[in-house]
Design a protein around this ligand. Sequence first.
Ligand SMILES: [Fe+2]
Length: 340
Amino acid sequence: MPAESDTGAVSLPGRILVVDDHEENVALIIRLLSRDGHVVEGASTGEEALRQIHSKPPDLVLLDVMMPGMDGFATCRELKRGLVTRLIPVVLITGLNDSAARIQGIEAGADDLLTKPFDPPELRARVQSLLRNKRLTDDLDSAASVMVSLALTIEARDAYTNGHCHRVATYAAALGRGLELDADDIGALERGGFIHDIGKIGIADAILLKPGGLTPDELAIVKRHTVIGDQLCTGLRSLTRVRPIVRHHHERCDGSGYPDALAGDAIPLLAQIIGIADTFDAATTERPYKEAVSFEEAARQLGQEVARGWRLARLVDTFNRLVSANQFPPVEQANQMSRP
Ligand SMILES: [Fe+2]
C-alpha cells in the first residue's frame, strides 16, 4: 500500500540496503525509512553488501564511505562496473565538509551524496526521487527484454537458426572483452547479439524461410531487415547503443555492404564486431543450402574477408586468436547453455 509522506506526496515502497559498520546508524535508517513502507535491510561491510546485492538486488543502496576492509568508494565502483548492478542507484554517505570525499564519490559513480549527520526529511526525499528514477530504468530495461524475447520468437520460426542469437551474443561479447571494451559496450554487444536481426519480423516467411537461392528482388527485401530493425528500436533509450548494431551489422569496410554502404571507420565498431560473430556462426552451422564448416575453416574464411577489404584485420585477428585458444564451446554445447 503506498504510504503518504509528511509533505502529502504519495510514495511507492522500494527495497533498500543500508551499508554501515556502525550498527546504530543502520538501525536508525531502517527505522526512518520503514515508516514510508520501504523494505530496508542492513549490511555491515562492503563485501557483505555485494553478496546480498548479487543474491537479491535492491532498488537502492545507501552506502557509508568509511568502513573497514572494502570502503564505500570501492563498493560503489564495483557495483557500477557490474552489468547487472550498475543501474541500482547508490547514495554515498560522507562526513560533513569532506569535499575530497564528495569528489571521490562522484568519481566512483555514486548517484547521490549525503552528509552526516543527515536531515531525515532530506534523506526520505532523496530516497523517493532515486526510487522513481529506478522504476523508470526498470521500465526501459523491460522494453529491451521484450525485444530480446521477440528476437528469440523470430529465431524459433527457423529450425536452422536455432541458438544463433545466443551464440552471436557470446562470440561478440568475447571479442569485445578481447579488445578491452568497457562494460557498456560489452552489454550492448550481448543485447545486439540477440536483437541484431529483429527486423526480420517484417519479412515474409515465404522469403525468409525459402530453401535455395533468392531472386534479386527477394534479396533486396531481406536486406531491408536492417532498416526495419533500426525503426523498431527508435525511442527505446535502453537500446541507444544497440541501434547502430541493428542497422549496420551488414556493412563492409570497402563500402560494398548495406543498408547505407558505409566504409572504413564510418561503420560503428560494435556493428563490425557483431558482423564478425554473425558471419562466423553462419559458417559453422548447417543451413538448408550448405554444410557447417569447422571453427578453423570459418576463421580462415574471415581472414579472406579481411584480404577482400570487407573487415578490419585488427578485429578478425583478435577473434581468430580466441578461436585458436578454444575460447568458444562447440555449437551443440553452446545451444544447451542458458540465455542471459
Ligand atoms: Fe542480419
